[in-house]
Ligand binder design. Structure first.
Ligand SMILES: CC(=O)SCCNC(=O)CCNC(=O)[C@H](O)C(C)(C)COP(=O)(O)OP(=O)(O)OC[C@H]1O[C@@H](n2cnc3c(N)ncnc32)[C@H](O)[C@@H]1OP(=O)(O)O
Length: 409
């Protein structure tokens, strides 16, 4: 088999995207969703693998800005639209695209790559670690009570049209981006993403609805949700499916959670992909009856170890030498001395003895402050070579706010 890997030409997009759709099961997307992904495609950063006239592999990258611990917004390649035709799988096509993509990211000066994975097992071999987890839950609102903080009643709620309120919601979203590692600054064209709501994907639920939280006439939060009515022998058993919930302060968030947990004729509130340190778990009377589950969220890859470690800050002073293994991007291999604190950091090559040994995958997992180096060491994935270095680095890498990305891409 001879295949050619090349940058995508805009005229090839339909065939290219068709391969991706087929790899995900062959169910055609709604026209507005397909159009959105076409508009978002960065053609010069999209790769196709061709077997003659046949497209057999796809991979793209978005030019993102990612919030890192300390609040800086750092350029990051958002790896996306990865697929290989079923007829050509397990022959190294994904590997060839990952190779080219990481080389291109490096040439473009992006020190980080991020992705959300269809299956978490795929990307570790290419140096990605799980940098942010997310929580799913199903709250049994018949049994679970919410205790909201004093002052919640000062927040008023208003139902709004999803599309017409988009700018107000995006303004709230934008203010929250610097506050949480893992969040991505949304460029205007991405603001269409929360509005995509094809009828075929609703599974019996209503179109998306929007409720705004306001204080003194200012929008301080919003929730996007859908209601799925259901009736059992004993009465109503509807559920509220929460798609987004963002509040600028604890009272706004509490008001929104209280509203969603008290929708008439519903007995469950379901949500996917919330931060692991989310407020709801402290508002509820019985977390067990909320069935929380953890899953991988944002996968992070340090494309350039030195530049990436310098791009964030550290919540405690740190001075450690890492011995980094990186078989897929060997330019990262070797010893790096990181010195830093809450104001800034320097990370340079060194010949000094190493304090900690790990692979680039563990650095990706720890990078946003959501996975501790101590925890990785407990699984044998980080080795401490100098007494005390593990705790020192682990504390410094931590983040007071858990990293989170609210949506896939
Ligand atoms: C960021 C995103 O877009 S995520 C979306 C990813 N795409 C999908 O899930 C769509 C459905 N799946 C596919 O299209 C393909 O199976 C892909 C893209 C996952 C893999 O493509 P392939 O060309 O078959 O991968 P390739 O042959 O390069 O495999 C490299 C290695 O990864 C392993 N691997 C590949 N896919 C998987 C998987 N899904 N689970 C576990 N291991 C995998 C292979 O076994 C191989 O291992 P080896 O080096 O030890 O032999």
């Amino acid at each position: 088999m001879t295949t050619e890997l090349r940058v995508l030409d805009p005229s090839e997009w339909d065939r290219w995207y068709g391969v991706l759709e087929l790899a995900f099961g062959g169910v055609a997307e709604a026209p507005e969703e397909r159009q959105l992904w076409r508009d978002l495609t960065e053609f010069d950063r999209s790769l196709g693998v061709w077997d003659g006239d046949l497209c057999v592999g796809t991979a793209g990258a978005f030019s993102f800005r990612l919030t890192v611990p300390g609040g800086a917004s750092v350029p990051a390649g958002g790896v996306t639209m990865v697929s290989v035709a079923g007829t050509h799988r397990r022959r190294g096509i994904l590997t060839s695209m990952m190779r080219r993509q990481l080389d291109d990211l490096r040439a473009a000066g992006e020190s980080l790559a991020v992705l959300t994975a269809s299956e978490p097992e795929i990307y570790g071999r290419f140096g990605y670690g799980v940098g942010a987890y997310s929580a799913h839950a199903v709250i049994d609102t018949n049994r679970v009570r919410l205790t909201v903080p004093e002052g919640t009643d000062e927040v008023s709620l208003r139902l709004a049209d999803l599309t017409e309120s988009s700018a107000l919601c995006e303004a709230v979203y934008a203010r929250l981006v610097p506050a949480r590692p893992g969040m991505l600054a949304r460029r205007p064209e991405w603001e269409r993403l929360p509005l995509i709501d094809p009828a075929a994907d609703r599974e019996g639920a209503s179109p998306r609805q929007c409720v705004l939280a306001e204080r003194d006439g200012e929008v301080v939060g919003f929730a996007h949700y859908a209601i799925k009515p259901d009736w059992g022998y004993a009465g109503a058993e509807g559920s509220v499916n929460v798609h987004q919930l963002m509040g600028l302060d604890p009272l706004a968030e509490a008001a929104l959670w209280r509203y969603l947990c008290s929708v008439d004729l519903a007995s469950t509130v379901r949500f996917r992909s919330r931060p692991v340190d989310d407020a709801w778990q402290h508002l509820v009377s019985d977390v067990r009856r909320c069935e929380p589950t953890l899953r991988d969220g944002l996968h992070v890859r340090l494309v350039e170890v030195g530049a990436a470690l310098e791009a964030r800050t550290y919540q405690a002073p740190v001075d450690v030498v890492f011995e980094v293994a990186d078989a897929f991007c060997p330019w990262n291999e070797g010893r790096w001395r990181l010195t830093g604190d809450a104001k800034g950091a320097v990370c340079v090559r060194t010949s000094d003895p190493a304090d900690l040994a790990l692979s680039v995958r563990e650095l990706g997992a720890a990078y946003l402050g959501g996975t501790s180096l101590v925890s990785l060491a407990s699984a044998g994935r980080v080795r401490e070579l100098r007494d005390g270095a593990l705790v020192e680095a682990s504390v410094a890498f931590g983040s007071p706010v858990a990293p989170w990305l609210p949506h896939g891409f």
